[in-house]
Design a protein around this ligand. Structure first.
Ligand SMILES: *[C@@H]1O[C@H](CO)[C@@H](O)[C@H](O)[C@H]1NC(C)=O
Ligand SMILES: *[C@@H]1O[C@H](CO)[C@@H](O)[C@H](O)[C@H]1NC(C)=O
Ligand SMILES: *[C@@H]1O[C@H](CO)[C@@H](O)[C@H](O)[C@H]1NC(C)=O
Ligand SMILES: *[C@@H]1O[C@H](CO)[C@@H](O)[C@H](O)[C@H]1NC(C)=O
Length: 319
């Protein structure tokens, strides 16, 4: 009987905990540093940005002693935000002069970093002088010269032409804006953004606590999920789609939220790693990117955190 009771108790407890996938800390910086964004190169090496450093870093998760090494240091910048590979091994990086105290950036620039040859070649692509916080950046499938960038303060999506330097507002609206101010929260609206397989733009809005989608030409925003007991310390940050079309959302203070599309068009949300109540598996995760090249790599999700960690999540196996 005792065993049966324990078993039922265990079932009801695990029923609350939901899914959780195994994690492994693969890197911890010697001193805490706010890692902001991450992409995986064709070579499987990671590229990592920090809002506290003008240096683009690389890390090889395949080595025994993982170190964070310099790839390139940008002039006229104090920190970096979004990064995206918009052509094979060619990246668009948002460089800014930041005031981390105010969480405000000025003079955001988008710079091309070409890693196709032995040494990095960087070239300014566009300036967004009206932008205070150019944050996320995404490729625009079918448009190899274009990237999309989120401006978190103004609540807009810019289309940036990497060839001509042209920048224009592609989408704006209240669903992208920071929402009601609630000091001491910093006014960050639209944050992560990605074009989905359905050619809609998916995005998170940090202060409004929403995961949503909108046609690329603008129009009606459809909210797919939100942070229910949302307190302004629980925040959606950047996210990534997997090969099944599910979205893995880095969520402050300590979770990966997994959004799965259902056949009837609704999306369900579950906590895939950690929780929203003090888990230290992920210490304020900011962004995530899947590995490349090899079955095990492709199911490994690399997550950056604000304390200088990179955590590998095995999304192919529930713990
Ligand atoms: C890893 O780094 C530590 C500390 O720097 C060093 O003592 C050790 O020899 C390194 N191991 C390898 C395999 O390089
Ligand atoms: C950096 O800023 C200085 C002063 O505004 C300017 O003269 C210089 O051209 C800038 N360099 C780059 C690479 O943008
Ligand atoms: C940064 O922002 C804070 C808060 O708004 C302000 O007090 C400080 O003077 C700013 N620092 C710089 C270097 O602009
Ligand atoms: C969509 O399907 C799920 C799972 O079958 C169900 O729980 C949910 O109520 C459905 N939603 C709508 C709006 O039909």
């Amino acid at each position: 009987m005792g065993h049966t009771t324990d078993f039922l108790l265990l079932l009801s407890l695990t029923g609350c905990v939901v899914a959780t996938f195994p994690t492994q800390l693969i890197y911890q910086s010697p001193a805490p540093v706010i890692l902001e964004n991450i992409v995986v190169r064709p070579s499987s090496k990671l590229l990592v940005t920090s809002i506290q450093s003008p240096t683009l870093f690389t890390l090889d998760p395949g080595t025994a002693n993982v170190t964070l090494d310099e790839v390139y240091t940008f002039l006229n910048s104090t920190g970096l935000t979004g990064i995206v590979e918009y052509k094979p091994d060619v990246y668009a990086v948002v460089t800014s002069i930041f005031n981390v105290t105010a969480a405000a950036a000025i003079r955001g620039s988008v710079v091309i970093v070409d890693l196709t040859s032995g040494s990095p070649v960087a070239k300014p692509a566009a300036r967004i002088p009206q932008s205070t916080l150019t944050n996320g950046i995404a490729s625009f499938p079918g448009h190899p010269d274009l990237v999309l960038a989120s401006e978190s303060y103004l609540g807009v999506v810019y289309e940036v032409n990497m060839r001509t330097g042209g920048v224009h507002v592609q989408i704006r609206g209240p669903a992208l804006a920071p929402g009601p101010p609630a000091p001491p929260a910093i006014p960050i609206g639209i944050n992560g953004l990605r074009v989905g397989r359905d050619d809609l733009l998916y995005f998170t809005n940090s202060l409004q606590g929403t995961f949503a989608r909108v046609p690329l030409s603008g129009g009606a925003v459809e909210v797919l999920g939100n942070l229910g007991s949302f307190t302004h310390t629980d925040l959606y940050d950047d996210f990534v789609f997997d090969s099944k079309g599910r979205a893995w959302v880095a969520t402050h203070p300590g979770a990966l939220q997994l959004f799965t599309p259902l056949a009837n068009g609704t999306w369900v949300q579950e906590t895939a790693v950690g929780d929203l109540a003090g888990s230290t598996l992920l210490n304020v995760p900011t962004a995530a990117a899947f590995g490349r090249d090899g079955a095990r790599e492709k199911r490994t999700l690399y997550v950056t955190t604000v304390v200088g960690q990179i955590v590998a999540v095995d999304t192919g196996a529930k713990a």
